[in-house]
Ligand binder design. Structure first.
Ligand code: ADP
Ligand code: MG
Length: 277
């Protein structure tokens, strides 16, 4: 698979393998190879159709980039998948059998869908290690987390995620003193502690240096395969550097889909989006 050809320096796949493999929800049926289905999905806000008869299919293990101009509906689409916004019409399935429209936001997260918002929300006064520990323990709270001792397996799980996100050397640093890029990776690590099957990532490289972007591309391409990853991103150079398949959203529906070269040479895409760049 082409996505596995990314340089390996940052992500040492062999060592992270065990913990990185997502928790299989016994309820999730992906026998058809598709992990996420959105069909005929529409939602209006005050009469404005933000999502308009949207069809989107994500394969198990795929890394998909979603691009599109401001207001195209990218964030709303993620809100629908995670249960934050309910569509007026349409169907949304996780695997063959989990109807996401019947699940609450926490149930959807529990079923294996993790979302990273644009702004990092790490605990600035805790160390990198403690942030991952808190994420692993879920909603137990800071007090319960730091009074209970970690067992060896849990410690290994945190070490392996530290390795994956490239922050092993920063494990004892306060999260607040990390660079912007490092905070973003830490937050991805916090998601990974919950072993999601599908990761939704909104604009991961906004505000990053070129070097940080390269590392982020490596991180996300390395996560694909064991996880399915959907990335919404504006930065075209970054999308080109990681993309397998690109979906262009426009006015709430899919305008074009294919390789970066295919969508960039599509006259409709050039007209509504890339032409203006
Ligand atoms: P994108 O992320 O692609 O920039 P959004 O999904 O944020 O686009 O927004 C799509 C459209 O829906 C925009 O016109 C936005 O103003 C509108 N919109 C999104 N969420 C709401 C909401 N909760 N209430 C009203 N309008 C909204
Ligand atoms: Mg958005």
């Amino acid at each position: 698979m082409a996505i596995l050809d990314a340089p390996r320096g940052f992500l040492r796949r062999d060592r992270v393998f065990e913990t990185m493999i997502p928790a299989y929800s016994p309820r999730l049926d992906i026998s058809h190879g598709t992990i996420l289905y959105l069909e005929g999905v529409s939602v209006s806000f005050d009469g404005f159709r933000a999502i308009n008869d949207l069809n989107l299919y994500i394969d198990d293990g795929e890394l998909r980039c979603i691009i599109g101009p401001n207001g195209a509906g990218k964030t709303t689409m993620m809100d629908i998948i995670t249960g934050k916004t309910r569509p007026d019409t349409g169907t949304v399935y996780f695997g063959q059998n989990l109807n996401l429209l019947k699940l609450s936001e926490p149930e959807i997260a529990e079923a294996g869908i993790g979302r990273k918002f644009q702004k990092p929300t790490v605990f600035e006064f805790h160390t990198v290690f403690e942030n991952l520990e808190l994420a692993m323990r879920g909603d137990k709270g800071v007090w319960a987390t730091f009074t209970a001792k970690l067992n060896g397996e849990q410690r290994d799980a945190i070490d392996q995620v530290l390795d994956t996100i490239g922050l092993s050397d920063q494990r004892s640093m306060r999260a607040g003193s990390l660079s912007h890029g490092q905070k973003q990776w830490l937050e991805i690590g916090m998601l990974l502690m919950q072993r999601p099957r599908l990761l939704l990532v909104d604009e991961p490289v906004a505000g990053m240096t070129h070097q940080e972007m390269d590392r982020t591309a490596e991180l996300l391409t390395g996560l694909a395969g064991d996880h399915s990853v959907v990335v919404v991103e504006h930065d075209m150079e970054f999308v080109r550097s990681i993309a397998n398949k690109v979906t262009v959203l426009h006015q709430g529906s899919v305008l074009a889909e294919g390789s970066m070269d295919q969508v960039q040479s599509d006259p409709r895409v050039v007209e509504v989006y890339l032409g203006g760049d």
